[in-house]
Design a protein around this ligand. Structure first.
Ligand code: NAD
Length: 499
């Protein structure tokens, strides 16, 4: 099936894929696969207006009925899992298993949100006044603006949208300018679900195509109650204060610099598999990719030797081919960033294995690389930055508490893991004095979170939480209600006023 046929089967009209001012390149070979229309600022404002109108109707629809729309979206995703997964591979460069895995994650969050639509529970709180009842209720919030990164081009939208829609909100989505086609396909599937649903208000889900300027128009609009933004810390630093300035709410999911500690008691076979998937999966372009390995000096040599062997046999190539484990980097800028980081690591005393460009003859306009392992003398400056590429820095430790301190001693706080069979180490790692990340795992790598847990991280990762647990609360407003069913009007704190 050609890319054009794939796009048509996902409901995208050929006319929407040509003639626009935004050229879409596939990282597989660098070819232009579409030219789509970029929205103007007045078009952004009109879309927000439509979404706001839809919100005022949708908030009055009972939540379990709202869940029905997400159930129908889940059906569309199930029916189109292979097609959409393939498009993710073509547009973002993931291997097919990861492309369809990302769509599975969308299906999972839809299932979660359908159940949630009957569980948006509040509280009944004991009142100090006689004849009074106090309660806490959760009400729909408004328009949710979603800004997403190229590397999870569809899942992040679904994490936000499935929850926001059952919570009674409307969504305006600005995907990465590098991955507009997968976004257009998602919007087409949402519209199909809307049609089957019947009476959902138009404008409930709006899509904006464009880069920073389009994102800024969304961020600055007072009608957008929540801005949920996923991307680099640089982006979060720009938009966080802008949303705060107008007292909007923001949910920031930013960069990570995730480490795995490997203790002497670890099952090294498991550790190697966990590190391999975390460090080279998605060509190191996950927010949860393993970027640092902190290995006990007693096992570090053996671990690094086994990792180098595993790296050497991991196939780098076209992600649509069956045996490929590592696809391309998204673009030349990502390749240049990787090479700059490796040069800096060398200057800081690092010993580099791998990292060179591959398949340049077959794909002169695409950027395939050999994943790199860099043995560092210490956790130097370059190690403390997130380079969005497959570079694994290796440091050694003697005492476990030093290893945990090193793991925490970076500006980011997304995901972390320890491989150990020592109960004391495992519990320490998960304790108040242990990992300071939003995700802390034992005998599991840093990447590949399940949707049932709240996802996100601390420090420069932004502090937001999405997906499972009680992450839905950020998409709603909380009201405290007190009802007086007595014939008196007692004041709180026993205050007497004018009696
Ligand atoms: P990016 O920051 O370049 O872009 C992300 C999105 O923000 C894009 O849609 C972009 O157009 C938009 N944007 C950028 N500047 C903006 C501004 N000033 N105002 C409004 N919108 C703006 O990130 P990227 O290269 O697409 O993605 C990689 C980054 O995303 C990595 O740092 C990665 O760790 C992070 N990420 C984090 C998570 C998470 O959940 N924590 C998940 C995926 C990716």
């Amino acid at each position: 099936m050609t890319t054009a046929e794939l796009l048509n089967s996902l409901g995208l009209a050929s006319s929407s894929l040509t003639g626009g001012n935004l050229a879409v390149h596939s990282p597989l070979d660098g070819a232009v696969i579409a030219c789509v229309h970029e929205h103007t600022v007045p078009e952004v404002q009109a879309a927000i207006g439509r979404a706001h109108g839809a919100f005022t109707q949708w908030r009055q629809v009972p939540a379990p009925r709202r869940g029905e729309l997400i159930r129908l979206l889940g059906d569309e995703l199930r029916a189109n899992k292979e097609l959409l997964g393939r498009l993710v591979s073509i547009e973002a460069g993931k291997i097919l298993a990861e492309g369809t895995g990302e769509v599975q994650e969308m299906i999972d969050i839809c299932d979660f949100a359908v159940g949630l639509s009957r569980q948006l529970y509040g509280l009944t709180i004991a009142s100090e006044r006689p004849g009074h009842r106090m309660m806490e209720t959760w009400q729909p919030l408004g328009v949710v603006g979603v800004i997403s990164a190229f590397n999870f081009p569809v899942a992040v939208w679904s994490w936000n949208t499935a929850l926001a829609i059952v919570c009674g909100d409307a969504v305006v989505w600005k995907p990465s300018e590098k991955t507009p086609l997968t976004a257009m396909a998602c919007q087409a599937l949402f519209e199909r679900a809307m049609k089957k649903f019947g009476d959902a208000p138009a404008g409930l889900s709006e899509l904006l195509i464009g880069a920073r300027e389009v994102g800024e128009a969304l961020v600055d609009d007072r009608r957008v109650a929540l801005v949920s933004a996923t991307g680099s810390t640089r982006m979060g630093r720009q938009i966080g204060p802008r949303v705060a300035e107008r007292f909007g709410r923001s949910l920031l999911e930013l960069g990570g610099n995730n480490a795995i500690i490997v203790a002497p008691s670890a099952d090294l076979g498991m550790a190697v598999r966990g590190i391999l998937f975390g460090a080279i999966g998605t060509a190191g372009q996950r927010c949860t990719s393993t970027r640092r390995l902190i290995a006990h000096s007693g096992i570090a040599d053996e671990l690094v030797a086994r990792l180098k062997k595993a790296y050497a046999s991991a196939q780098v190539g076209n992600p649509l081919e069956a045996h490929t484990l590592v696809g391309p980097l998204i673009d030349k800028a990502a390749f240049d960033g990787m090479q700059a980081a490796l040069a800096k690591a060398r200057q800081e005393g690092g010993k580099v294995f791998g990292g060179e460009r591959m398949l340049a003859k077959e794909y002169p306009d695409a950027y395939y690389v050999a994943p790199a392992i860099v043995e560092m003398p210490a956790q130097t400056d370059v190690v403390c930055h997130e380079t969005f590429a497959p570079i694994l820095y290796v440091m050694r430790y003697e005492s476990f508490h030093d290893a945990v301190a090193m793991q925490n001693n970076v500006p980011q706080g997304l995901s972390s893991a320890v491989f150990t069979t020592d109960l004391r180490e495992a519990e320490w790692f998960l304790s108040a004095a242990g990992s300071d990340c939003g995700i802390a795992n034992v005998n599991i790598g840093t990447s590949g979170a399940e949707i049932g847990g709240a996802f996100g991280g601390e420090k420069e990762t932004g502090g937001g939480r999405e997906s499972g647990s009680d992450a839905w609360k950020v998409y709603m407003r909380r009201a405290t209600n007190t009802i007086n069913y007595s014939r008196e009007l007692p004041l709180a704190q026993g205050i007497k006023f004018g009696d």
